[in-house]
Structures are given as structure tokens and as C-alpha cells.
Design a binder for this molecule. Structure first.
Ligand code: AMP
Ligand code: ZN
Length: 467
């Protein structure tokens, strides 16, 4: 892997070389799910971009410390728990469990920390006390608000500056209009039906934005390297995180801010509120392999919108089949003596392309194109003079390197029983042909074709693949 990684930093609106504060160690905070329901695949687009980021960093030799929070107390979780008549914890636990199951199904490499907001309330209270001491807050009717006019850098991430005539206008809800900078709530006064914490600030519960500042600083330090989320997090959530954290500490919060564009359906952001969503489970129920979903969601570079369609899913399915077929062909074809038709230069060209693609702001589309190009070279070699032992080894290394970032290669022989039967039939066909029993040989070919298996007679024997 090349050592250079260029990332688009929303804060400075340009591509920058990534250099962590501590050489060799990348500290990353990724805003996690609100566990009030099953995440939809739009949420997973963002989480998979973060997975590609951490895997790329690791392949580049960085140690990674990643924090992904679970938002288990906010307006939405409280409302849903109340509707169900159970405690916040009872309500959110099953969705936390489902989230972790989905991550494993999608081959997301686990983060080092998954803090829950409810477990960091003392840390939130400490930050709010520091903000009070620095003169950034005011109280009203038992709630505490951040006065954004006291933080001149407000708007540096999103470009959304407070309007002068709106000074003092405040907002109590967690999420609000995308272009309306207002004083926002840090600590909410107790309310009928809401959980209450008794703290030095008085009774109440945290606002959503302070949660991420507290968990990030507790686990990564006051200043860390990368903060990620979807583009909808830029304002107000991340802008407010900066105001809270830097307002309290007086030093920079995150140095690189990375944001994934949305998964959209007919031009509109996939969202629970709109109803235009699929969960991972919905797609698995429709018969899609989770690997296909992973492939689709990483196939477009994270800073471009990705339009979700079933045609797109089917195209991803074909791409995964192409990988599986090539791997199977390789497994079923012994190496030839000598060099064969796959040269070290082919592997080197792939390595270089693949590295350059990921180093270029995680360009997964280019990385996948490099992989498909290599698959084409491999198939051409198998059609021609075959692949020698050295070529096979180099190829295995290249595939393993690619898959340590992409994680889309089918694992092992899940249908080993079926494969053994196919191999046996192919042997029987070879024997029939040897005996000039062409009727039997053709019958076997037809029988396999009916199962979607096509045969190819090459100079190195018969190979098969699933269509
Ligand atoms: P939430 O559970 O709503 O807090 O969202 C969790 C993460 O998913 C956040 O980083 C959002 O920015 C991201 N997200 C939400 N909707 C989409 C979407 N349609 N496409 C991509 N990311 C999304
Ligand atoms: Zn957050």
C-alpha cells in the first residue's frame, strides 16, 4: 500500500494529506445509529464508508482507534419508548443487538468502542459546567442553552452563520432546520414522561449534540484526528459539536471532518420519515445476499450520491458472481508448469491502481474497476496458456490485499456438497467422452446447464461456473 492518503476535509473544503496527531495512530469518531428502530440501508452506506476508511488506514499500517456511539437517549428514542410503554433501556436494547448483528452480516470490522450516551451523562455534565464557566450558556425555565453568538467561529464547518436579528432565538428539539443557526439546548428541563438525571446542573436530561462531544473527548481526547458522519450531520449536529467542544476546551476538536453523501431513492434521501427505505433485513428477505448489499453500497465513492434501485442491486449481484466464478475457475484449474499467461507485471499494475484509488479520497469505484480488470486478465490467462505456480501465489496475495479493504469475496465453499456433485458429474462426462459415449457426455452437460452451471473445455481440463 502507498503511504499517502488524501481525504476531503469538509472543514477546509479541500483534499488534504492525512497526517495523524500521533504518528502511526488514527483516532476516529463516527456518529452511530439512533437505536429507536432498525437502521435502513442509507445509514449503512455511511457506516460502510467508515468501514472502508478504517480498513484502508489499517492496510496503510496505521493503528486505528475508532469510537462509534449509540444514541440511546434523544427525542426519538424517548418518544418511541413511551409509545411502547417501556423503559428507554428495555426499548433500545433489542435495536442495539440488531445493529451489531447487521454490522457482522455486512462484514463491518468492529470499532474499538461502542459507547452508549446514557453511560456518559457525568462527562456531558462536566462539559456543560465548563461551558457555563466560560460564559457560553444561559438558563431558561430549567433548561440550559448554548449562546452561539459567544463562539465567533460558529459556522466554520457548515458555512451557516447566525443571523444577527435572530440572536437569542433558541431551539429545544434535537434536530432542526438545515440552515437556521440558533441557540441550541445542552440540558433539558425535566418533562412529564421523560427520563431524568439528578446532576450538579439540576435535574434533566442531555440534548443530543452534547452526547457526541462527551463520548468523543472521553474516549479519544480533547483533540483527535477524524470525525465522520453523513452530510445531514454537518448542520446542526457537527457544527454544534464543534461549538461545545472547542468552547469548553479552547483547543481544536477534530482535525479532519469527513461526510458521506446520501443514499437516495428517486432523488430523495432515504429516510424513515419519508418512508422510502429498506432495512438490511428487508433485502435479505427478498433473497439478496448481504455481500451484494455491501457491494452496492461501497460501489460509488462516498462523496457522490448513490441512487438506490433494484437494477443496481442486480448489477451488484452479477459483479459478485463474476468474482465467485473466477475464484471457482482458479480452484478447479491446476497451475501450469512454467510461467503461464499471468505476469508479475499484471499483478503489480493492479496493486498500483488499487492503492492509488483508495489513497485518492477512498475512491472505491476505481478500486473495484481495478479488481474487475484483474479478473479479466485472470480469465484470459485461464482461457489461454494458464497460470503458473508463482503467478497463482502472487494472485492470492493480491486478492487477499484487495479483500482486506473491500471484504466482498465469497468465503470458502458454502455449497461444498453441491460442488462435489458437480465435480463428480464432470469426471463422469470426461470418462464418457474418453469412451466416445457422446450421448452420455451431452446429457451431463444438459443436466448441469439446467442447474445454471456452464462448462468450458480448456487445454487444462474442464472448468465450470455458475451463470
Ligand atoms: P441516525 O440514526 O438518523 O442518527 O443516522 C445514523 C447515520 O446515518 C448518520 O451518520 C446519518 O448521517 C446517516 N444517514 C442517514 N440517512 C442516510 C442516507 N439516506 N444515506 C446515507 N447516510 C444516511
Ligand atoms: Zn454524533
Amino acid at each position: 500500500m502507498a503511504s499517502k492518503l488524501r481525504l476531503y476535509n469538509t472543514l477546509n473544503r479541500r483534499l488534504e494529506d492525512f497526517e495523524p496527531i500521533e504518528p502511526g495512530h488514527a483516532r476516529i469518531y463516527t456518529c452511530g445509529p439512533t437505536i429507536y428502530d432498525y437502521p435502513h440501508i442509507g445509514n449503512y452506506r455511511t457506516f460502510l464508508f467508515e468501514d472502508i476508511l478504517r480498513r484502508t488506514l489499517r492496510v496503510l499500517g496505521f493503528e486505528v482507534t475508532q469510537v462509534q456511539n449509540l444514541t440511546d437517549v434523544d427525542d426519538r428514542t424517548i418518544q418511541r419508548a413511551n409509545e411502547n410503554g417501556i423503559s428507554l433501556r428495555e426499548f433500545t436494547d433489542p435495536f442495539a443487538k440488531a445493529f451489531f448483528e447487521d454490522l457482522e452480516t455486512l462484514r463491518v470490522e468492529p470499532a474499538e468502542h461502542y459507547p452508549r450516551a446514557t453511560e456518559y451523562v457525568p462527562e456531558m455534565v462536566e462539559i456543560i459546567k465548563r461551558l457555563e464557566a466560560e460564559g457560553h450558556t444561559y438558563r431558561s425555565e430549567g433548561s440550559i442553552y448554548y449562546r452561539i453568538s459567544t463562539f465567533p467561529a460558529y459556522g466554520k464547518l457548515s458555512g451557516i452563520k447566525p443571523e444577527k436579528n435572530l440572536a437569542g432565538a433558541r431551539i429545544d428539539v434535537d434536530d432542526y432546520e438545515k440552515d437556521d443557526a440558533r441557540d441550541f439546548v445542552l440540558w433539558k428541563a425535566p418533562k412529564e414522561g421523560e427520563p431524568v438525571w439528578e446532576t450538579d446542573l439540576g435535574p434533566g436530561r442531555p440534548g443530543w449534540h452534547i452526547e457526541c462531544s462527551a463520548m468523543a473527548m472521553a474516549l479519544l481526547g480533547e483533540t483527535f484526528d477524524i470525525h465522520c458522519g453523513g452530510v445531514d450531520n454537518i448542520f446542526p449536529h457537527h457544527e454544534n459539536e464543534i461549538a461545545q467542544s472547542e468552547g469548553a476546551t479552547g483547543c481544536g476538536f477534530a482535525r479532519y471532518w469527513l461526510h458521506a453523501e446520501h443514499l437516495v431513492v428517486e432523488g430523495e434521501k432515504m429516510a424513515k420519515r419519508v418512508g422510502n427505505f429498506f432495512t438490511l433485513r428487508d433485502l435479505i428477505d427478498k433473497g439478496f445476499d448481504p455481500l451484494v448489499v455491501r457491494y452496492l453500497l461501497i460501489s460509488v465513492p462516498y462523496r457522490q450520491r448513490l441512487n438506490f434501485t433494484f437494477d443496481g442491486l442486480h448489477a451488484a449481484e452479477q459483479a459478485i458472481d463474476r468474482i465467485a466464478n473466477t475464484l471457482r475457475r482458479l480452484e478447479n484449474t491446476p497451475p501450469v508448469a512454467g510461467d503461464g499467461d499471468l505476469a508479475q507485471a499484471d499483478i503489480d499494475a493492479f496493486d498500483e491502481d488499487f492503492r492509488a484509488a483508495l489513497g485518492d479520497d477512498l475512491n472505491t469505484a476505481r478500486a473495484l474497476a481495478a479488481l474487475h480488470n484483474l479478473l479479466r486478465v485472470v480469465n484470459t490467462a485461464l482461457d489461454g496458456g494458464g497460470i503458473g505456480q508463482a503467478g497463482r501465489q502472487a494472485l492470492d496475495g493480491a486478492f487477499a490485499g484487495a479483500d482486506s479493504v473491500l471484504a466482498i469475496f465469497p468465503k470458502g465453499k458454502s455449497d461444498a456438497g453441491a460442488d462435489a456433485e458437480i465435480d463428480a458429474l464432470i469426471e463422469e462426462r470426461a470418462a464418457a467422452r474418453g469412451n466416445r459415449d457422446f450421448a452420455r457426455a451431452d446429457a451431463i452437460r444438459d443436466e448441469l446447464a439446467a442447474q445454471g452451471i456452464s462448462l468450458e473445455d480448456t487445454p487444462h481440463g474442464t472448468v465450470w461456473h455458475r451463470e
